[in-house]
Design a protein around this ligand. Structure first.
Ligand code: ATP
Length: 341
């Protein structure tokens, strides 16, 4: 930001601790304000998986000139677009997206430090283009790594209940945190339906192709998996593909008995995906609650009514009406005020 005349005067007097018309405390308060103003602005859309964070970012793009930076741990990797639920190109409505499927290394974890550096560059570039950067995604460890003033990569898990290190409220950006929340009961039903929808969209074939192209030991348990192999859907279906190799579905030696075993294994995988997705959502919510409790100024937007409408027989209109009233309109107001500050 260009320095105002007043701030320039303040800066030139800062070292001398004196000013013809202003006492020192007024001057240092103005300096602090100047320092805060100089921070890049960043809108952060948080929330559990499935709560409509991507939708909100695109809705906001109708009101503000935004560019999106993805902060979902699995969506940073190239591949498994259906399984990781990446927003489609048509749903992006021309809004530029960064770190979404850009990282071509399915076999190594992108660390929070690396994310901090990559996403930090994206924030600077978007700000330089005079656009508003919007961070969107459910990985709270990535959000934390990006926004804190001082990030210590050795402090690997600030969210660990046993961790003694407090979560810092000193942030390197001027942040506006929006939390899209849905009651766990409704979200659980919705996530289960979403898994069924993802299967209809081709998740099974996508996972079969990933299995065939991956030459790792598919027996790895979750703790030792890396990169995209951790995405919910991969370990669950690895068990299935271990028994029923992709491409061998239509063998003539299949019989009814085999079909039943296959169907049972398929249903087990789908059930595990649904359970693990719900556990992920609960863990994400508890991390947001922890951040809020630590003093981050997170504004909660309750999308429960909108999602209830999706889960009942009501048509889409009801969803849109509730979404606009409970999520979009308050968000537009919060962001407008934030930009004027
Ligand atoms: P932590 O770093 O403590 O694991 P986090 O909040 O930073 O938590 P999450 O986004 O909660 O990260 O991801 C945790 C795990 O959830 C991932 O390792 C992956 O197994 C799964 N996961 C997250 N996002 C997706 C996704 N889009 N698709 C499939 N699986 C996902």
């Amino acid at each position: 930001l260009p320095l105002t005349q007043q701030t320039q005067t303040l800066l030139s007097f800062a070292g001398k601790k004196q000013h013809p018309t202003m006492d020192y405390s007024t001057m240092s308060a103005a300096l602090r304000r100047h320092h805060r103003l100089r921070k890049d602005k960043l809108v952060v859309i948080m929330g559990a998986t499935g709560t409509g964070k991507s939708r909100l970012s695109i809705d906001l793009s109708e009101h503000f000139a935004v560019e999106v930076i993805n902060s979902d741990k699995m969506q940073v990797y190239k591949g498994l677009d259906i399984t990781t639920n990446k927003i489609s190109v048509s749903d992006r409505c021309g809004v530029p997206h960064h770190l979404l499927g850009d990282v071509d290394q399915a076999h190594r974890d992108l660390t929070p430090s690396e994310f901090r550096s990559l996403a930090g560059n994206a924030v600077s570039e978007i700000t330089a283009r005079r656009k508003l950067p919007v961070l969107v995604g459910g990985s709270n460890s990535f959000i934390h790594a990006l926004v804190v003033e001082r990030f210590d990569s050795s402090d690997s898990d600030v969210f660990d209940e046993r961790s003694n290190s407090p979560i810092s409220t000193e942030l390197r950006y001027d942040c506006c945190f929006l939390w899209v929340d849905v009651s766990v009961k409704i979200l659980t039903d919705y996530l289960s339906k979403r898994v069924d929808d993802m299967l209809k969209l081709g998740m099974f074939d996508e996972l079969a192709e990933f299995y065939n192209s991956d030459d790792s030991d598919h027996g790895n348990d979750s703790a030792t998996r890396t990169g995209l192999r951790k995405a919910i859907g991969v370990p669950e279906f690895d068990k299935y593909f271990g028994k029923f190799k992709p491409g061998e579905e239509n063998n003539n030696n299949n019989n009814n008995n085999n079909d039943q075993v296959r169907r049972g294994a398929f249903e087990d995988a789908v059930r595990a995906i649904k359970e693990n997705t719900c556990s992920l959502a609960k863990s994400q919510i508890s991390k947001i609650v922890r951040l809020k409790g630590s003093g981050w100024d997170i504004r909660r937007l309750d999308a429960t009514e909108a999602f209830t409408a999706v889960m009942t027989s009501e048509p889409g209109e009801k969803f849109t009406e509730n979404w606009e009233r409970q999520v979009l309109e308050p968000s537009v107001e919060i962001v407008s005020r934030f930009l004027k500050e």
